[in-house]
Design a protein around this ligand. Structure first.
Ligand SMILES: Nc1ncnc2c1ncn2[C@@H]1O[C@H](COP(=O)(O)OP(=O)(O)OP(=O)(O)O)[C@@H](O)[C@H]1O
Ligand SMILES: [Mg+2]
Length: 260
């Protein structure tokens, strides 16, 4: 796929195959196009050139109505949990069931309970999102993403902002969904600990394309300086200048990125 926003090239002959029932982790610096990639998978964005296929069927040409059956097979965990603040947790998770199924009320309650059980959040149906911690909200958002039992789950930075223990809880969930339900996971993350733990395959994105792909260990032993710097969290002024990644105050390199 190729994708530009105005003059800005975001995806530049980006090419990725996602293996079913596996966990693919997409890593790369802020602004490199990871969220944009996920949005192409669900048809929220369309490529300027190239194709998106799901189950061997082209989806980038489909309209909103035709996309519904495709989207029903894909659960999406947004970068921000994006729960509806005025609805209880139970209502939040029930929402996709009301929209897309003809289940009766007791059947819906059962599905909601089951989804909460899967994410180890039993019994919080009556609470409001504001009454939960950040980590708990992520779990609930994940319950909502999987309540329709999608075959694929896309996670946009599922562990960002969580402490190491809560992050690990999310990692365990991602692994569990693959193992027990055979889900295909696509995880965008900056979290190297998480990538190491959950990834069957890591792809490293830079400059709108994939520059390295393999198991975590293969990526970690990659000799590309940009990949090494990213994994080691090392700031490389020269590299940043090359890629024009800094939009922040001159003299304070990195501040703008850290703030995102
Ligand atoms: N709808 C849009 N209109 C214009 N520009 C956009 C749009 N969506 C994304 N962009 C631009 O595309 C680039 C890639 O954005 P994207 O959100 O994919 O980054 P990312 O890799 O997910 O970064 P982060 O790690 O910070 O979430 C950014 O420069 C962003 O400003
Ligand atoms: Mg993003």
């Amino acid at each position: 796929m190729c994708k530009k926003f105005g003059e800005q090239v975001v995806l530049d002959h980006f090419d990725l195959d996602i293996e079913p029932a596996r966990t693919t982790v997409i890593m790369g610096p802020s602004g490199c196009g990871k969220s944009v990639t996920l949005k192409h998978i669900v048809g929220l964005l369309k490529p300027d050139a190239g194709t998106v296929t799901f189950d061997g069927r082209r989806t980038d040409m489909l309209g909103e109505r035709e996309l519904i059956p495709v989207r029903l097979q894909i659960g999406l965990l947004f970068q921000m949990s994006a729960l509806f603040d005025s609805m209880t947790i139970g209502e939040n998770i029930e929402f996709p069931l009301l929209e897309h199924t003809r289940l009766t009320r007791p059947e819906r309650s059962m599905q909601v309970r089951e989804a909460l059980r899967l994410v180890d959040m039993d019994g919080v149906e009556a609470k409001l999102p504001s009454q939960l911690s950040g980590g708990q909200r992520k779990r609930v958002a994940l319950a909502r993403a999987i309540v329709l039992r999608p075959r694929v789950v896309l996670y946009d930075e599922p562990t960002t902002g969580l402490d190491p223990v809560r992050s690990d809880g999310i990692n365990e969930l991602i692994i569990k969904l693959k193992r027990t339900l055979g889900m295909t996971n696509v995880v965008v993350t900056h979290d190297i600990v998480s990538a190491r733990k959950i990834a069957d395959r890591v792809v490293m994105m830079l400059g709108g394309r994939i520059v390295a792909s393999g198991t975590f260990d293969q990526i970690a032993s990659c000799r590309d300086r940009r990949v090494v710097n990213f994994l080691e969290g090392r700031y490389d002024r020269e590299e940043d200048d090359e890629q024009k990644l800094i939009e922040s105050t001159p003299g304070l390199p990195g501040v703008g990125r850290a703030a995102q």
